[in-house]
Design a protein around this ligand. Structure first.
Ligand code: C5P
Length: 415
């Protein structure tokens, strides 16, 4: 591979969104955060996108053309006059599925808001009908200046997606608002803008992780659930436009555009789920909820020298069955069945007993499936549709298939 050819993009990255076949023009402007654009481009290419880099002249003070070219799908362009063609400014904008400006300086925001085409990037931004995302990054004083804020309001009003900067350490060593949003948040904004919007504005509640039931002040009864499948479902639902709340017992990074509620026990999960489920369009119980918990919890740590304790267990509430009993009209209730034997029969029985619309059954005894793995293989069962089997794949792809099924159920119930 030559230094200027793109990296191998033979398939989308595991566990992320897929931008396969999509053309994304990435504009890089001259701010110190320009070096972070390289990482964003790499992630977009890994997710299957064809990334066309455009730099302003000032950006060249911060990163080299070779670096950006090597990590994108094409060599970088900086000038209206690079090519023989007299119309590169319209070609780029017309062929793009999306234009992403990262970082966007105050100058770029001002020029774009004012309709000034002064270089290849601003020409491309004006000569396109593709959606545009800008990711501002600058010093706090500049970001908070009324001129910049007015431009941001104007661009938003015109439908431009503005990924607000974070508050954090800035190039001068001080701290404040203006730090470029994280690559995760930028890629998630791309997924939300490019992906199907078939869950737009739906209220989706997802549970994830295994509950931990206290025995005493330090010990718990837990299970091996990593929460990865629930997090993948939350991320995919958010990417498809849903308003997502994730109720979780684990410490994974919260997916962008997802609200997190942390819980530990089945009782805490029940309180959180029930208050949100009342107004939810979709509830997905991916958590591995303990079936039993100690009846009495010792306030202090049980002493080893007192010998093995007799721990008396009591059943926990079945949250999902409870939701199934009071399910509002139109709500879609999704359960999981982690089984080690009689997978389909057991899952089918749970589907009916708990009044579910969909159950995701996985054979947790099989290699690479279920708890703790990055991959999964599942059967999707519905009361009145043929079973769908999905072979071993990454958990984001499983999430995609589960949500495709949810969309299909909604379509069916409305027709
Ligand atoms: O009956 P079983 O526990 O196998 O059913 C699994 C499904 O029920 C999962 O979706 C899990 O989140 C949910 N569940 C629950 N409350 C429990 C136990 C399981 O909501 N106490």
């Amino acid at each position: 591979m030559s230094a200027l050819s793109g990296p191998d993009s033979s398939g989308p990255a595991l566990d992320g969104p897929s931008f396969s076949g999509r053309v994304i023009v990435v504009g890089v402007t001259g701010g110190i955060a320009a070096y972070k654009a390289v990482e964003v481009c790499r992630r977009l290419v890994d997710a299957g996108a064809h990334v066309v880099p455009v730099m302003t002249q000032d950006a060249e003070h911060f990163i080299g053309r070779t670096t950006l070219s090597a990590l994108c799908s094409e060599p970088v362009q900086t000038s209206l006059w690079d090519e023989d063609s007299p119309i590169p400014h319209t070609q780029l904008g017309q062929s793009a599925d999306l234009i992403l400006v990262v970082p966007a300086t105050a100058r770029l925001l001002g020029a774009y808001a004012g309709g000034l085409s002064t270089d290849l990037l601003t020409n491309t931004l004006l000569a396109t009908r593709a959606p545009v995302i800008v990711c501002p990054a600058m010093h706090t004083e500049m970001w908070e200046h009324p001129a910049v804020q007015d431009n941001v309001v104007l661009l938003r009003r015109r439908g431009v997606v503005v990924v607000d900067p974070d508050v954090g350490r800035l190039a001068g060593g001080d701290s404040g608002a203006g730090r470029l949003a994280s690559p995760e948040r930028i890629v998630a904004a791309v997924a939300r803008t490019l992906g199907p919007r078939d869950l737009a504005d739906l209220i989706v509640v997802v549970t994830a992780g295994g509950t931990r039931e206290p025995i005493d002040a330090v010990r718990v009864i837990a299970n091996r659930s990593s929460g990865k499948q629930g997090y993948a479902l939350a991320a995919e639902a958010a990417a498809r436009g849903a308003v997502v709340t994730l109720i979780s017992t684990v410490e994974l990074a919260t997916p962008p555009f997802v609200a997190l509620v942390k819980v530990e026990t089945a009782a805490q999960m029940q309180t959180a789920v029930e208050s949100l489920a009342a107004v939810a369009d979709v509830v997905i119980m991916a958590a591995a909820v303990a079936d039993f918990r100690p009846k009495a919890v010792a306030v202090n740590k049980l002493k080893k020298h007192d010998g093995p304790p007799d721990i008396i267990l009591e059943p926990t509430p079945d949250i999902l069955a409870g939701l199934g009993m009071v399910k509002p009209t139109g709500q879609i209730l999704v359960g999981f069945a982690a089984e080690t034997d009689d997978l389909v029969d057991n899952a089918e029985a749970k589907l009916r007993r708990k009044n579910l619309d969909l159950i995701v059954a996985n054979d947790v005894g099989a290699a690479g499936v279920g708890f703790q793995h990055d991959t999964n293989a599942v059967c999707l069962l519905r009361p009145d549709a043929p079973m769908v089997t999905i072979g071993l794949t990454d958990k984001r792809s499983i999430a995609r298939a589960v949500l495709d099924s949810v969309v299909d159920i909604r379509r069916g119930s409305r027709s």
